[in-house]
Design a binder for this molecule. Sequence first.
Ligand code: ATP
Ligand code: MG
Length: 566
Amino acid sequence: MNETPAEEDARGRDFIREVIHNDLSEGRVTTILTRFPPEPNGYLHIGHAKSICLNFGAAKEFGGRCNLRLDDTNPTREEEEYIEAIKEDVRWLGFDWGEHLYFASDYFGQLYAWAEHLIRDGKAYVDDLSAAEIREYRGTLTEPGRNSPHRERGVDENLDLLARMRAGEFADGERVLRAKIDMASGNINLRDPVLYRILHATHPRTGDTWCIYPTYDFAHGQSDAIEGITHSLCTLEFADHRPLYDWLIEHLPVPSEPKQYEFSRLNLTHTVLSKRRLIQLVEEGHVAGWDDPRMPTISGFRRRGFPPEAIRDFAARIGITKSENVIEMALLDYCVREILNKCAERRMAVLRPLKVVIENYPEGEAEELDAINNPEDETAGKRKVPFARELYIEREDFMEDPPKKFFRLAPGREVRLRYAYFITCNEVIKDDAGEVVELRCSYDPETRGGNAPDGRKVKATLHWVSAEHALPAEIRLYDTLFAEEEPALDGDLAQALNPNSLEILEDARLEPALASAETGTTVQFERQGYFCLDPDAAPERLVFNRTVGLRDSWAKIQKQKQPKKG
Ligand code: ATP
Ligand code: MG
């Protein structure tokens, strides 16, 4: 895995890496162990990528290890499909957990034993209050809670009730196990939090072995302790849970004592990064699936043509802090362009074709011209592009009555066809509706390769394809999924969507070299942007997704932000 300069820079640059560095150099830990702990209730998004890059990245930098742990404590929302997708996405990003794939469900037996341990120590009790009553008893931020009437049950009764909960004697919600901490605590998480609830549901991994399941709060820190995690990294919303995690670690005979550190979540403009919202987008059919190229999911970005290096580079550039902010989507696009500019091969593609007939080019003949695959990379070599009498150029590269600054093709004007010849437009042919349907042009055979021996200049170079050799294709142009930078999500999600997030061009024509394009490889269509072959493509009908345009809106934003020089 090659690091980008930003990734190299990120080494040791944030407060978490500083903590790790100090813990190692001062001997508090000998090997660092982190984990990425997704709940398998959806596909991973770019926010998760930030966490993956931090956990796997820091572990690697400091010679430690990172576990992949599926936090599968909620059987009703979890599916095998998500587990496989998570594994694929982490691998695709370039990270490897080796043998260390774990599941919180692996620890159900141990967690149950620890629940009994807490009961025996008088630190947990079975409560008969309903969920609504528990909420009511909990109090508020300004008012203390009240003790449950069942709080003082004896140890034996509690052990018996927990065993009967486990044996399936009670219905969902009838009883819970709660930690006995402090109903008056200023931290609501310490007001006797629920440790176990009854759920008669089949778990994807443990099947029907259990009908009680540990809460996330009970499973999380203990799972870390079982695995020997040294630095448990999570997002800021868990800072208030840390006192509870510490309390549990203190009162249980756990094999290790993980320390938790919190950093701010990634927020990105023009999208949503919450699995609940993403599930809604998929289920309500606003997108074609989790990997719809407009989705902020790792699988969506992959299908769109983003290279994994670009996502890692993005994560390194945004860094790790404790301050909440919203990152411009344009920065991610910028990272994608930076990588693709170096590695994507160039091709010619006409997205909205206009026919050109070269009247002085012999009928039935064709020739092959040399085209450079990547001006940024000599080793990418050259390819042949066929040229013939009938061509297509981009519709927007011609204007019958051009305004002053339009330098491309117009009646009587000469332009260069990339890698080919100078052509001059002699005649414009229109249909009955007055729309331009064909241009009759002539070429100068002396300009083969793109230069005139007499030194005359042209002001524009156009891309083109040979009509007879071109491949038909569908092109999918994407815009942001949401119209606003920060979509208002209190109302209807559908209302906030960008109605123009997808435009389909049915009739594009591509140079024949693209017949061998591979799904997932991104190329640059000259003058248009970067495009990636979609899995929907068939040999007789290629389908390309626009990964990102060439225009660099990020650089523009940066410029606007700089004070004007006086
Ligand atoms: P969501 O709110 O999207 O449902 P989550 O936090 O519930 O996300 P998990 O599967 O529990 O999703 O997350 C796994 C890990 O990824 C956690 O450590 C979590 O803190 C981290 N993570 C989730 N979203 C972000 C984000 N936007 N930025 C950074 N880290 C994130
Ligand atoms: Mg979560």
